[in-house]
Design a protein around this ligand. Sequence first.
Ligand code: C2E
Ligand code: CA
Ligand code: CA
Ligand code: CA
Length: 273
Amino acid sequence: SKFAGRARVTIYDPRTVGVDRSSENLTDLLTHAVERQLISVVYQPIFELDTGRLLGHETLMRLREVDGRAISPDVFIPAAEQSGAIVDLGMWVIDQACADMARAGLGTVIAANISAVQLKAPNFSLRVAEILNRHGLAPHQLALEVTERIDLIPEPQVSRNLDHLQNLGVQMWLDDFGTGYAGIGWLRRFEFDIVKIDRSFLNECQTAQGVRMLHGMVSLLRSLGRTVLVEGVETEEQKQLLRRLGVDLVQGYLMGRPEPISEVLRGRRNLVA
Ligand code: C2E
Ligand code: CA
Ligand code: CA
Ligand code: CA
């Protein structure tokens, strides 16, 4: 069979064996990441552009090797999606973010990234509801960021989860707008509260053509009544440009880097002091 053939290739090609080995190790690491405390969450602030008011934070997952070395999310997230480990890891992140939020009394929104794999799990929305309940948070304090890079539409279970979450009052945000193949169709189908324009469009703004492209996207989204967030803001010039284009929300290294909860709280104390 073709599987036997593939197995022979794996055994005799040393490069392939190496690749399989390391992805096996990563899968093993991901499966035990929570119990071994190798996983953590960092928070990046999101601001209203015209008032400078803090809207909330995006949660970003971090994974360390046993020896302390960080593994990039661009490596471990796809691996976790493929092995299915993302279902439990993603739940852990939402739980942790809600716990931090409740403990800190931030009173703002926390946005967690979710994968298509998670939305396909039948009990996903129920588990989210249970977490909100347990931490005493209002549903609108949680936002779930769904990336446009995946095509969710054909799965009835996904629609059921999305509908249930929206009925609960959990916010749904569309991430990485402009990079996926679902494109504008998504905007027709789901009432996303906020649309995040991928930072690649901001990076193209050194040219007049790039600025026109971003301007067009912002205008389209705003004419559809969507709140527009641009991510990856690194310079003051970019921020000024986004102000001229009428962007609602900004996120990026210029305003704040992703930080552990201890740093978020320390920064807040400094603001108050
Ligand atoms: P994303 O959701 O688009 O997150 C934004 C990424 O841009 C983050 O990278 C963030 O650290 C980075 N970033 C923020 N501001 C700036 C900036 O001004 N300049 C630049 N160059 N980068 C900036 P990170 O943390 O490495 O995460 C990469 C991706 O991994 C995320 O992209 C998201 O798709 C995925 N990811 C991270 N955490 C989770 C999670 O808990 N669940 C799921 N499903 N995916 C996650
Ligand atoms: Ca995101
Ligand atoms: Ca994004
Ligand atoms: Ca991205």
